[in-house]
Structure formats: C-alpha cells, structure tokens
Design a protein around this ligand. Structure first.
Ligand SMILES: [Ca+2]
Ligand SMILES: [Ca+2]
Ligand SMILES: [Ca+2]
Length: 357
C-alpha cells in the first residue's frame, strides 16, 4: 500500500506521542499458531527473524469491536518484515510489510465480543529486530494462552477395536501419523453437543479428523492444515460412544485436538436403566357411586399397575396406562386399600397405597 509523504510524516509524528509500555519480547519456539506467545498485554511486540524459515506468532485477546491498529515501525533493513493479522481460527485478515523509512499499518475493527487474534511475523530482514506497536493497548485483554500442557497418544491404534480411550474433555491430545497408512483411532463418550477442535502441528501436512458413531458409521469431521484451527460440532440424540479417526495426506503429520465442553464428554457409559421412582403422591375423590384414586406421574414410568389389598389378601395386579383408577362403592368391603406402582422395562417401582373404604 502506498501512502503519501505528508501522511507518513503525520503518522510518524503521531507515533512519537504514543504511550510506549514495555515491549513483549518473543519467546522461541513460536513458529506455529499453537506455539503463539500471549495473550500480549503490552503495547508493542518485538523479536527477531533468526533465519529465512523463522516465523513468530503472537496471540492477542481483544475487547469487542476495537478499532485495532498494528503499526510496523521502520526497521532500517534492506529486507522486509511480513506482518499479518489472523482470526481465532488462523484465517487471514490482512497484512503489511515494513520498509526502512516508513511505518506501515494494519487497521481492523474486531468482531463483537471478546475475540482471539493472532499476529504472524516473517520475512527476510534477518539482521535487525522488528517492533510492532498495538493500539489501543487498553483493548488488550489478558487471560489463559494457548494450552501448553498436552497429552501425547501412542501406537498401535489402527482400528476402532484398537481405539485409545475413553478420552476426556478439555484435554489437548497430540499425535502423529508416521507411515503412509498410519491411522490413529480414539473413542469417547458424549451425552450432549460437543465440538472437536484440531490443528496440524508438523510436517507441512493436512490432518483430517473423522467422527464415527458406535457402529463405526460416518458422522462428520474436519481437516486442518498448518496454522489453521478447525472445528466439527455434533449433537448426539442421547448418551453414545463415538470414534475419532486421525489421518493425514503425508507422512510425518502431527496434530493436536481437543473435545469440549468437558461436561458433554463423560468418562463412562450411560448409567444402567432403573425401575421407576416412587409415585410422588396419591389421592382419592368420591362420587355418589364410585371412588376414584389418582396419583402423580412417576419418573421413568411407562405404565402403572393396580391391585386391591385387604388384610392379608391381594387381588392380581392389573395394568393401566391411566394415572387414575375408578371402582364402584357398591360391594366394596371395609378396610380395602388400593395399591399402585409404576412399571417400566426394568420392573416395578415402590408401592403406594390409599384406603378406598
Ligand atoms: Ca523469531
Ligand atoms: Ca519463531
Ligand atoms: Ca496409528
């Protein structure tokens, strides 16, 4: 981008009055998005491109709808620094270079809501440190950075039967695909909507993650290449086991992935089914000719059973889908009780009783 000489001087003058806090110095290794330093909270970042293939990543956590300016200061170098801004998934937003006489800027209004952004610095100016000012620095929010604690996974894990698991939620797992036919299989339980998040970590390869259900039928998936973060979300219709398969398009691919939220990723299968709960209550109503008993719906009930009880004798249990039972007063003997219980496929629940006469 070309800017006029006057404008350049105005920008340079403005820079002189910018408050300059302590610069965040780079900390190698920071060559991948998952190695990004930060979140940066100082008003400038600085580092050195140490070799032609050195790249430096920084994480910025920025307040909602900030009019962000990244200013790459003149470097006095024959080469140039390449500076780009990336969104939370590593996707490109904009870039600028550096020159030996003029500052260059990236200006961008961040999205609504607190958001993560990445700054990537590369280039061929190998002799001088770079310096990038971030404005307004008050928009830079702190907080946890890219997780550095990871859980490596191991071989063999070539099929669903060999799957490693069950995996936990909110853990960053790492793995690599080391041969042309290497597949890495994992298993996990999920009982609510979950998201698989992944990025490639090595070998300049693209890694794909595919989710299968417990019958090893395809559910969906995503793939990520270098410095891109990708997601796949799924809402299961209950508590199920899933399989996750990692594959890559070239040998030596590394990958990271996590499952979230942890609350949707139980470590065990669904609890065994149980008989229905007790009836929450039972009552009765009398008319001139009948007594009607009625009860509250029991948790887990698919139907109910009723019988008459008197002293030590019971009638046979009779099934009903109603939550009530009606009997004629005429012929009803004294001290007769109605017993009711909820039932389901597991069996009957506790008995509730009410005196009819
Ligand atoms: Ca560096
Ligand atoms: Ca680096
Ligand atoms: Ca494997």
């Amino acid at each position: 981008m070309r800017i006029g000489r006057l404008l350049a001087m105005a920008v340079a003058a403005a820079l002189l009055v910018l408050p300059v806090g302590p610069a965040q110095a780079e900390s190698e290794p920071d060559n991948w998005i998952w190695q990004a330093a930060g979140p940066v909270t100082s008003s400038s970042i600085s580092g050195t491109i140490a070799s032609t293939n050195d790249v430096d990543f920084y994480l910025l956590r920025i307040a909602s709808q900030t009019q962000l300016t990244l200013t790459v200061l003149p470097d006095g170098c024959n080469g140039s620094f390449d500076v780009s801004l990336r969104d939370a998934d590593g996707d490109y937003i904009g870039s600028t270079g550096s020159s030996d006489s003029q500052s260059q800027t990236i200006k961008y209004t961040t999205q609504a809501g607190t958001g993560d952004y990445y700054v990537r610095v590369g280039g061929n100016c190998l002799t001088k440190p770079y310096s990038i000012q971030i404005s307004p620095s008050t928009s830079l929010l702190g907080g946890p950075g890219v997780p550095t604690s990871t859980t490596p996974t191991g071989e063999p894990n070539e099929t669903a039967q060999q799957a490693t698991g069950p995996l936990s939620g909110d853990i960053v797992y790492t793995g690599s695909l080391d041969t042309s036919n290497d597949e890495d299989w994992f298993a996990f339980w999920a009982n609510a909507a979950f998201t698989v998040t992944t990025t490639a970590t090595g070998g300049n390869c693209s890694t794909s993650l595919t989710v299968f259900d417990s019958d090893v039928d395809y559910v969906g998936g995503t793939s990520a290449s270098e410095n891109l973060i990708r997601h796949f979300s799924h809402t299961p219709d209950g508590w199920h086991m899933f399989y996750l398969r990692a594959e890559a398009n070239c040998v030596g691919a590394g990958y990271r992935f996590s499952l979230s939220p942890a609350s949707a990723i139980p470590l065990v299968g669904p609890p065994a089914p149980t008989a229905p709960a007790a009836l929450p209550g039972i009552g009765k109503r009398k008319t001139r000719t009948t007594v009607v008993a009625y009860w509250g719906v029991a948790n887990g009930a698919t139907s109910y059973q009723v019988r008459l009880h008197r002293k030590h004798s019971n009638s046979r249990w009779k099934s009903t889908s109603n939550a009530w039972f009606s009997i004629k007063k005429h012929g009803l003997r004294k001290k007769t009780w109605l017993q009711v219980r909820a039932v389901n496929g597991v069996g009957p629940g506790p008995i509730a009783s009410i005196r009819l006469k």
